[in-house]
Structure formats: structure tokens, C-alpha cells
Design a protein around this ligand. Structure first.
Ligand code: HEC
Ligand code: HEC
Ligand code: HEC
Ligand code: HEC
Ligand code: HEC
Length: 332
């Protein structure tokens, strides 16, 4: 653990007189001062709810995120035979990603999965990318948080794929797409939030909803060679991964499938017939960055069709959740 220089800390207290209010809580343990419990490790690792006392909005987002359920999810429980594979825990319930080449699992609160400290605890401080000043040990403007490398500590396969997509200047990082920008205060607890300015921060949902703003022009769909006769319609669908710098779907573990539904529509827009195929990691049919897939299709019809629709849908094992990534309609 790196010691916080007492002089620096004293300087901060001088510059921000309101810190005096926190002084009763200030004490020295292991060189970490001011809310030292927040940067403890091992058996004393804090519960994530504590971060939620102040960072209310971020906490509520994280709680909904797959990171918060990465230990408790049924899939993980089953695949580790009820948690008997301890070597799986480092990425699913990390102490912090900064524990060396191999990420060490936490000793306590494992049910919190990838929690705040899992990503933010570094050398006895809570690090982040903004110019923030906090009542707890902090490393501000830590630009490592802006890099894909951070995500790549656990998302190894996806990160390797991302790295291979070239070095263009405007190359997007994982955070650019998966952590959309939002201007707000970093804390919401009263009365302290009143003295903090709004900043440009990042959302912590890590969900498909977040991809809605970025999904334009990242998967290109086009219909070609459509030939229609009295009782058939045939043609080809071309799908190109023009802008997602990893395969679709991506990921090294779990069930990962993207359904492609080609639907024949009647004049009122109802589906008359469907052709289904899928992009599936396990079948090695995932669509890599820059790759084009050509899918021929044909339908029989009785002159009732008025259009064809294609939808790419990210789905789950039991098909109980689905999210439309892109869709396109061809009409004539
Ligand atoms: C007592 C209130 C309080 C608690 C509890 C608290 N924080 Fe903070 N934290 C703050 C304040 C205040 C800031 C600075 C806000 C600002 O400058 O806009 C901050 C800033 C941060 C930053 C931003 C760093 C940067 O430079 O961008 C991180 C990361 C952070 N806290 C993580 C945590 C984590 C993780 C926990 C739980 C272990 C936690 N905080 C608990 C009050 C708190
Ligand atoms: C400490 C390891 C770790 C780090 C660091 C990490 N993740 Fe994750 N991430 C996971 C695990 C484990 C899951 C699986 C959770 C589940 O589905 O149960 C996951 C799930 C996700 C998912 C959801 C996948 C899905 O199938 O819906 C996204 C998106 C994601 N992470 C993006 C990121 C991004 C972006 C970063 C970097 C800012 C990041 N992660 C950093 C471990 C990590
Ligand atoms: C240009 C925007 C963009 C960037 C940059 C990006 N992603 Fe994605 N990501 C997407 C889209 C769109 C999807 C949904 C399609 C899919 O499931 O593959 C996705 C899906 C995912 C998923 C869920 C996979 C699944 O199918 O369940 C994970 C995990 C993920 N990305 C991790 C990362 C990581 C890690 C990085 C950085 C190395 C990254 N992404 C960079 C746009 C992006
Ligand atoms: C999977 C890793 C991961 C987890 C888990 C995580 N964060 Fe973050 N957090 C990041 C990254 C990466 C950034 C910076 C993103 C950027 O600026 O591009 C960030 C940014 C922040 C910031 C700086 C301001 C902002 O909004 O960007 C604060 C404060 C913060 N996180 C607090 C928390 C708290 C509190 C929790 C738990 C409730 C948490 N984080 C969980 C990765 C994570
Ligand atoms: C290097 C870090 C790392 C290790 C080690 C790791 N995982 Fe994961 N795991 C992830 C990440 C990141 C995700 C989410 C994206 C993906 O699949 O790549 C994930 C997702 C999963 C999922 C999908 C969860 C869901 O809800 O869909 C399962 C199941 C899983 N892991 C099981 C395991 C098992 C079993 C082990 C041990 C054999 C293990 N993991 C070891 C990083 C890791």
C-alpha cells in the first residue's frame, strides 16, 4: 500500500475548509486517512452500500448492472458447480483489478460481484478520471480509467479483438460506447452535494439500453437481388459489422447469441412468414469487425406480401430477454 503524504492531505484540508466537518471521522490507519474504511482490503473490505451513501446515482445504476450480478447469476453459480471453482472468482468478485497479473478474489461480500472497489481501489486510494476532490483518499485525473485496457483486465477476448481493429485516431474505447456521458454531480447526499459542481461523468449501467445512441451505422444491413414472382420472393441479406470493434456477439463465457429474423410482412404490417438464423459464438458464426455475411433467403407467397423486415436481436439462453440491435425494412 502506498502511503498518503500527510502534507498533501493537510494541504487539501486547508484548501477546502468544509473538510473540517469530516474531521471527527478522520483518523489514521495503515497510512490511509479520512474514511479509511473505504479503502480497506481483505476481511475489512467495505460493503458497496457505503459508496451508495454519497454516490447515490452511480450506485443505483451499478446495482442494476450485470457487474453487480456477476457472482449471483444462475449461469455463474451453475458453471462453477456452486462456487467450487475458486479460480473463477478473481474476475467475478475481485478485490481490485490492481492486484497484479492475476486478479485476486475478495474475502468478503462476494455476492456484490464486480463492485466499485473492484474497479476503483488502487494503492489505497479510490481512483477516477475526473478532477474531483473527495473526503476519502483519491487519485484524481487517472487517465487509465479512460482506456480499454482497464476493461481488458477481465474482458480478455473482447479486448484482444478490439486491439486488432487498427489504430485509427478516432478509435472508440469500450467506455465510449458502454458508459455513455452524463453531466451531473458525482454525489447526491445532502447537504454535501450542494457544494459540489456538476461534472461530465459516465453512466454505470453496462446494459443494452445504453447502446441505443451508438447503434447507428455500426451494423450495416442491406437487401440485394430481391426477385419477386407471383408465388415466391427471394433475395439476399448482407450484414456488415462496420463499427463494432469486436465480434457480434462477443464474450468468452456464457451463452451468446444474436438472432437474425427475416420476416415477410403483409399490407397491414403483420408477419406472414419468418426465416431465422443466428450469430453464435459457440458455433463460430460470430461476425467479426469489418466482416460481411451474406444470407440468402426465399419465401413462398400468394401476392400478399408488401415488404420484408430484418431484425438483429441479442437474446438469452431461455429467450426470455431480447434486445433489438438493428432493424431494416425493404418495401416495394
Ligand atoms: C462521504 C461521502 C462519500 C463516500 C461514502 C464515498 N465517496 Fe467517493 N467521492 C465523494 C466526493 C464528495 C467525491 C468528489 C466529487 C466531486 O469532486 O465532484 C468523490 C469522488 C469519487 C471518485 C472520483 C474520482 C475521480 O478522480 O474521478 C471515485 C472513483 C469515488 N469517489 C469512488 C468511491 C467509492 C468506490 C466509494 C465506496 C468505497 C466512495 N467513493 C464512497 C464522496 C464520497
Ligand atoms: C473485474 C473484472 C471486470 C472488469 C474490470 C470489467 N468487467 Fe465487464 N463484466 C465482468 C463480468 C464478470 C461480467 C459478466 C456479468 C454477468 O453477466 O453475470 C461483465 C459483464 C459486462 C457487460 C455485459 C455483458 C452482457 O452479456 O450483457 C458489459 C457490456 C461489460 N461487462 C462491459 C465492461 C466495460 C466497458 C468495462 C470497462 C469499463 C468492464 N466491463 C470492466 C467483469 C469485468
Ligand atoms: C462502437 C461502439 C462499441 C465499442 C467501442 C465497444 N463495444 Fe461492446 N458492444 C457494442 C454493441 C453495439 C454491442 C451489442 C452487440 C453485441 O452483442 O455484440 C456490444 C456488446 C458488448 C458486450 C456484450 C456481448 C454480448 O453479445 O452479450 C460486451 C461484454 C462488450 N460489448 C464489451 C466491450 C469491451 C470490453 C469493449 C472494449 C474493448 C467494447 N465492448 C467496445 C458496441 C461497442
Ligand atoms: C467495471 C468497472 C467499474 C465499476 C464496477 C464501477 N466503476 Fe466507476 N468508473 C469506471 C470507469 C472506467 C470510469 C471512467 C469512465 C470514463 O470516464 O470514460 C468510472 C467513473 C467513475 C466516477 C467518476 C465520475 C464519472 O461519473 O465518470 C465515479 C465517481 C465512479 N466511477 C464511482 C463508482 C462507484 C461509486 C461505483 C460503485 C457503485 C463504481 N464507480 C463502479 C469503472 C467502474
Ligand atoms: C479473466 C477474467 C474471468 C475469469 C477468470 C472468468 N470469467 Fe466468467 N466472465 C468474465 C467476463 C468479462 C464475462 C462477461 C463477458 C464475456 O463473456 O466475456 C464473464 C461471463 C461469464 C458468464 C456469463 C454470465 C451470464 O450471466 O451470461 C459465465 C457463466 C461465466 N463467466 C463463468 C465463468 C466460470 C465458470 C469461470 C471459471 C472457469 C469464469 N467465468 C472465469 C470474466 C472472467
Amino acid at each position: 500500500m502506498i502511503r498518503i503524504n500527510p502534507e498533501n492531505t493537510a494541504m487539501k484540508i486547508c484548501r477546502f475548509p468544509f473538510f473540517a466537518f469530516f474531521l471527527p471521522m478522520v483518523f489514521l490507519v495503515n497510512g490511509c486517512i479520512v474514511y479509511p474504511d473505504l479503502v480497506e482490503t481483505g476481511m475489512k473490505s467495505p460493503k458497496t452500500e457505503k459508496c451508495g451513501d454519497c454516490h447515490i446515482d452511480i450506485y443505483n445504476e451499478w446495482k442494476e448492472s450485470p457487474h453487480a450480478s456477476s457472482y449471483t447469476s444462475n449461469a455463474f453459480k451453475e458453471e462453477t458447480f456452486d462456487y467450487s471453482f475458486t479460480f473463477c472468482l478473481g474476475c467475478h468478485a475481485p478485490e481490485t483489478i490492481f492486484t497484479g497479473a492475476k486478479i485476486e478474489p475478495r474475502s468478503v461480500h462476494v455476492e456484490e460481484g464486480v463492485n466499485c472497489n473492484g474497479c476503483h481501489l488502487n494503492d489505497c486510494t479510490l481512483s477516477g478520471p475526473t478532477p474531483a476532490r473527495a473526503p476519502h483518499p483519491i487519485t484524481e485525473k487517472d487517465m487509465y480509467y479512460k482506456t480499454s485496457e482497464l476493461c481488458g483486465k477481465c474482458h480478455v477476448g473482447t479486448y484482444n479483438a478490439w486491439q486488432k481493429t487498427g489504430n485509427m485516431e478516432d478509435k472508440k474505447t469500450c467506455q465510449d460506447c458502454h458508459m455513455p456521458k452524463i453531466v451531473r454531480k458525482l454525489i447526491q447526499d445532502e447537504p454535501w452535494q450542494k457544494i459540489y459542481p456538476k461534472r461530465e461523468g459516465k453512466q454505470h449501467f453496462f446494459s443494452y439500453q445504453e447502446l441505443i445512441p451508438v447503434r447507428e451505422n455500426i451494423l450495416l444491413l442491406s437487401f440485394t437481388n430481391i426477385v419477386q414472382s407471383e408465388d415466391t420472393i427471394e433475395g439476399t441479406l448482407e450484414i456488415t459489422n462496420t463499427g463494432i470493434p469486436h465480434s457480434v456477439p462477443t464474450g468468452d463465457y456464457g451463452y451468446r447469441e444474436v438472432l437474425i429474423k427475416i420476416e415477410l410482412l403483409n399490407k397491414t404490417g403483420h408477419v406472414i412468414d419468418t426465416r431465422e438464423t443466428s450469430l453464435f459464438t459457440e458455433m463460430k458464426t460470430a461476425l467479426n469487425y469489418g466482416e460481411k455475411r451474406i444470407i440468402p433467403f426465399d419465401f413462398t407467397q400468394k401476392n400478399t406480401a408488401s415488404g420484408i423486415r430484418v431484425r438483429m436481436i441479442r437474446t438469452s439462453l431461455n429467450r426470455d430477454t431480447s434486445f433489438i440491435l438493428v432493424e431494416k425494412i425493404y418495401s416495394h
